[in-house]
Design a protein around this ligand. Sequence first.
Ligand code: 5AD
Ligand code: SF4
Ligand code: FES
Length: 356
Amino acid sequence: MWCSCRIQVTDTSRLHSLLSNKPFVPTDDELSWLLSQDSFDSFLFKEADAVRQRFYGKQVYLRGLIEFTNYCKNNCLYCGLRAKNSLISRYRLSKEDILSCCAQGYALGYRTFVLQGGEDPFFTDEIIIDIVSSIHKAYPDCAITLSIGEKEKSSYQDFFDAGARRYLLRHETAAPEHYRKLHPTSMSLERRKQCLFDLKAIGYQVGSGFMVGSPYQTVENIIADIRFLQSLQPDMIGIGPYITQSDTPFKDFPNGDFKLTLRLIAVLRLMFPYALIPATTALGTICPEGRELGLKAGANVVMPNLSPVAVRKKYAIYDSKICTGEGSVQCRFCLERRVTNAGYEFSTDIGDVKKH
Ligand code: 5AD
Ligand code: SF4
Ligand code: FES
């Protein structure tokens, strides 16, 4: 009794002194201690929320997500879009389809369009440039975000010149031995990192991130992820729990831990106060209130789906993905309600990163 009481007091004071450090730059030991504690979550989330409100107020930015191709030439072992998954029904949206998603999104108040897809060789640089410049011409007041994987620096430059200003490319894991367990040997962590630094050098607002609880991940791997993010200083940081996909080699691995994901959102908010951090669909998939809790832990972005309902189920990165039966209008109003109920403001602002 006496003993557990002492431990509690010691731990609480350690937490308080740790969080009083501004800027918050924890050591490896401090990080692994903090991530393993589950009794301080509400305090940690409040601190993260206060930091987020200092930089971004109560605003939650919207990104309209257009999943325009589920073809992928790669074979990441965790992902349902992997080329070797023969059980998935493949689709590509045409330029007209994509533009009509944008039109619908614009009418719903979205001022950012995220074009996301697998690494699909059908979409050559010329085609991407054409799509990006058409969206840019039609919606000059909107931000265009690309999330189409690893490309040559010159291609990234061409997309930028066509009007793209943001790019999402999660590094997935920054530990080389862990990277090799998640990817075939044809893929390389060094190349992925190089892409991220190329994107930054060109002038994109860059988003990176990783899955929480991916197979074989250790606390040391997560710390390496955080250290990599410190070296990259990304504008956006996307993390979400790993979720089992039953048609992948990792089908027998369990989902990542929800609480640990929230704790990591809070830690990232404290360490990267300026960052745009989404409450991801994966978070909403493993817990019905996941996105709301993500916002309360420090996230400030939501990414409602703008893809045509007919293709949504086919973008089966992981099992039981939410929003696959709902349309764009439904998701828009569902998320507005969720954001408001969580105590935040649903913002139709373009939502650029604050200076850092
Ligand atoms: N569970 C959770 N996230 C996944 N991703 C891919 N497969 C899974 C999965 N099984 C994530 C990757 C990728 C993003 C588009 O989706 O981090 O970058
Ligand atoms: Fe392709 Fe991306 Fe899935 Fe890897 S994570 S298989 S690159 S869609
Ligand atoms: Fe898509 Fe709620 S956000 S149904």
